[in-house]
Each structure stands twice: as structure tokens, then as C-alpha cells.
Design a binder for this molecule. Sequence first.
Ligand code: E4P
Length: 241
Amino acid sequence: MKFFIDTADKNKIMDLIPTGMIDGVTTNPSLIMKQGDDMATTIKGICNIQNGPVSAEVTAIDYAHMVEEGQYLASLADNVVVKVPLTVDGLKACKTLRHLKIDVNVTLCFSVAQALLAAKADATYISPFVGRLDDTGENGMVLIADIVKMYGLHGFHTEVLVASIRTTKHVELAALLGADVCTIPPKILLELYEHPLTGKGLDAFLADWANTGQSILPQGHRGMRDDSKLVLGPDDGSFAI
Ligand code: E4P
């Protein structure tokens, strides 16, 4: 399962790239507003710092202008994915943009019927919003289970991109249900690393180790370590020294 990061904040993305966990980025007009820069500068900036897909959303609501905006957004960088809302015009625009070989993320999906329409419009990604469904008293993860099942039954290639993630539980369930992608706010991504027993166990190991007075590296050991050369591989997240 891929991890996209759900933010338009370039600094937050740069902080997380060294984890090797980031496969792409999603933005929306609200995130762009929060970040403060204009759309083109923000999207180009994000595309410059990582090669994964970057979703940039159209703001027109009629078909012709959506296609025009989508083509413009796609021209900003090779890894832009155009985001369109799940409306009649949005799905018409999706089909046209896909004919033009542009990747499309269909957003604001809240039902299996909508996900079915997006797959028929050849969407690259469908974004069901689990947190916002939970807010209404429904269970957003049930929708993910249903869409994954329905796409599997029909052999659709549209990837299920779980959006509006609010908790680490959403990510765990998305993985268990076979979703293709989770788009995760930076704070939740960092919470995925945490478990109280990990911290407690590490503290105990380090205290016992200190009591031994040992050091793993022998005195005078000349290692190969050179921090200036310790970098993350550009694509596979592997370390190279
Ligand atoms: C991402 O593509 C969505 O726009 C985002 O996950 C929505 O999240 P929110 O419901 O927390 O605003």
C-alpha cells in the first residue's frame, strides 16, 4: 500500500521524505489556502522535491473549464495528477483528461455508486473520504471495504485512495482491507511509528545497556560512516553510503 502525504506544506513534506515512507502527495483548495502561496508555485515546488504523484485540484465546476484547468495543472510538472470532484461534469472531464493521457484523482466520493461511476470514467484514483463520513455517524471504513470488493469483482483498475484520514486506525484498516493508497496528514504519519510498549521497551534496554559499560564499536574503530554521504536513495528509499 502506498502512502501519500495530505498537505500543501513543502517544509512538512521535506521533513518526511527522509523517512522513505512518502510515495506521493495530495492537496486540495483548502490545503492550498492554508499554505498561503498560489496554486502553481505550490504544486511546482512540491513536484520539485519528490517524484511521486502530486494531486492538484481544479476549481472550475463546468466541464470545459475543468478540462482547461486540468490541462494547465498537468503542464506544471510530469508528476501532477489532476483532481476533479465527483459530479457529472467532473466525471466527463475525467474521461477527457484520461484520453489525453493525464492521470486523474476523483475526489469527494461518499458512496459505492459514486466509486462505480469514477471507475467507469477511467479514473486513476478514487478518493473516498472516511473521516467526513465518520463525522456524519456512518462508518467510513465500511465504504472502503465495499469499494475494494466491488472493484475486485469487476476487475476495475482505478486505485482506491483512502482520504480524510483522521486516525492511525484508519490507516491500519485501509491496509487490512486492501486499499491501494492512504493519503495521510503529517501528524498521523508520525503517530504510526508509535506504541507505548516500544518506548518503554527501548528505555529498559538502554538502561540495562548503560549498566554493562560496554560499547558495540571497539575503541578506535574506524568505520565507514560519513554523515555527508549517508543519503536516502532517490526512488527506492534504500540507504547508500
Ligand atoms: C485529500 O485528497 C482530501 O482532500 C483530504 O484527505 C480531505 O481531508 P479532510 O476531510 O480532513 O479535509
